[in-house]
Design a protein around this ligand. Structure first.
Ligand code: 13P
Length: 485
């Protein structure tokens, strides 16, 4: 084990306020995301998309390392240059996902165990030869009735630790990713409890397997309420709960914590990362960074849609999200950064690429903007109808909202599907971070109705909770002094 080199690589991965870009989607996951935008699900399209990403101008200013998938690390640019060379030339460290996926765990209904230890020593040697300097392994923990079980937590933690030890033996920095999933109705507190238990178990196993903590990176989830939980805490509350949990479970010897985004809207992931750095950065033992896939790639993929003519616009969107997250590491991100982009070049790009936008002003100050994907025939009647549904559904809380953005998509295009119309609805409120919900249904109007209903409940609970806090102040946020130097 080359200890100084491992420590140096791990430190570089979280240095200079940069973070990691996860572009290691397996073929099935990548194909699923392509299918949504009617991009052909073939090797060449996956290669072209990864070339788009790694040739994004200036990417290395914000991204320290890129996590690749087995197929990608073997691919070349169209001109024959290996993608790994393009990445290193951009000043980015190549990494590789080495687990072979989370599979149903025997005797543990509803739980998964990550596989891939067999033959791992040989694969790591090959990846190292190809230029990889770090690796990633993801274990998932679901929260639900009676789960997670100790059996599942311990088995996944031990596999993570055995993977990490093999990585260090091969000279690769292990990125240890124990992800507690966002799906479900569980509360933020339940997520905190499970995340703490998972992390404590993982570090016990890392110690037992002789892993050098200074030469690894932890890639955890943020502590969040379940997606279907009616109470959605504020950005600052999420930052407090996450930092409080990590301080209890993550040893100070670890150089960096690089969060996964887990399907959070990009802006929200940046805002939460930013809040952690604003509130606690100077007093934390580890760097608080990012290792996002969707929260960096999503707008770029949406713009690209497999079209050569959209590459530059997609790269601009990718670069923008990477810059937002670097700003979040410095505690300098604010929603206006994304808004500025929305107000200038980014929508022009979207417009040029056929993603349509419509704005409608209601009688009060709430502005409604409606975006549709290429599968939806956007026309005045649809806009008027959707605006009406949004206005009436949000009427009880509209005084608090300055703007609502509605994104409508048809997941299956022409094909008939049961619940394939999707509505993402995001509300901006004075002095608060944006909040967003999604709803899928058989028709667009039902999808809009469902999303508006969820959003109203979320806003009511947010405002209700805020009033409660203002009145009582019974549970002050994390005591900064307690964790001071
Ligand atoms: P997301 O940021 O989209 O969660 O992906 C991170 C990742 O690498 C999942 O393994």
């Amino acid at each position: 084990m080359n200890t100084p080199q491992l420590i140096d690589t791990a430190r570089t991965m979280v240095a200079d306020d940069k973070g990691l870009l996860a572009m290691d989607e397996s073929n099935p996951t990548c194909d699923k995301r392509f299918a949504k935008w009617a991009i052909p699900q073939v090797v060449e399209e996956r290669r072209a998309y990864r070339e788009l990403i790694v040739t994004t101008p200036g990417l290395g200013e914000c991204i320290s390392g890129a996590i690749l998938y087995d197929q990608t690390i073997r691919q070349n640019k169209k001109d024959g240059t290996p993608l790994v060379k393009a990445i290193t030339d951009a000043g980015i460290i190549p990494g590789i996902k080495v687990d072979t996926g989370a599979k149903d765990m025997a005797a543990h209904p509803g739980e998964k165990i990550t596989e891939g230890l067999d033959g791992l020593r040989g694969r790591l040697a090959e990846y190292s030869q190809m230029g990889a300097r770090f690796a990633k392994w993801r274990a998932v923990t679901a929260i639900g009735d009676g789960i997670p079980t100790r059996g599942c937590i311990e088995a996944n933690a031990q596999a993570l630790a055995r993977y990490a030890a093999l990585c260090q033996e091969a000279g690769l920095v292990p990125v240890v990713e124990p992800e507690v999933l966002m799906d479900g109705e569980h509360s933020l507190d339940r997520c905190r409890e499970v995340t703490e238990e998972v992390l404590r178990t993982v570090f016990t196993q890392l110690y037992a397997q002789g892993v050098m903590l200074e030469g690894m990176i932890l890639k955890p989830n943020m502590v969040l309420p379940g997606l279907a939980c009616p109470q959605q805490e504020s950005v600052d509350e999420v930052a407090d709960a996450t930092v409080r949990c990590l301080l209890r479970a993550v040893p100070a010897a670890v150089p960096g914590v690089a969060f996964l985004s887990g399907g959070q809207p990009g802006e929200l992931a940046s805002a939460r990362l930013n809040a952690m750095n604003v509130r606690f950065r100077s007093r934390l033992p580890w760097a608080v960074a990012f290792s996002f896939a969707r929260a960096i790639q999503q707008p770029a993929l949406e713009i690209w849609r497999g079209k050569e003519a959209h590459v530059v616009a997609a790269q601009q969107a990718l670069s923008h999200r990477a810059r937002c997250n670097r700003a979040a590491r410095r505690g300098e991100y604010n929603a206006a950064m994304d808004k500025d982009m929305s107000a200038t070049d980014y929508p022009a790009n979207r417009e040029a690429c056929g993603i349509r936008q419509y704005a409608s002003d209601t009688e009060n100050t709430m502005q409604i903007q409606i975006n549709t994907d290429h599968n939806i025939e956007g026309h005045e009647a649809l806009v008027a109808q959707v605006s009406e549904v949004v206005e009436s559904a949000l009427s009880l809380v509209s005084d608090h909202i300055t703007r609502v953005e509605v994104h409508l998509s048809d997941e299956n295009g022409d094909k008939r599907g049961q619940s394939d119309k999707r509505c993402m609805m995001e509300a901006r409120m004075e002095g608060r971070q944006p909040i967003a919900v999604t709803h899928q249904s058989a028709t667009l109007v039902q999808a809009v109705d469902g999303a508006a209903d969820k959003l109203t409940r979320l806003i009511e609970s947010t405002l209700g909770r805020r009033r409660h806090q203002e009145n009582h102040r019974a549970d002050p946020p994390l005591d900064r002094q307690k964790y001071a130097g």
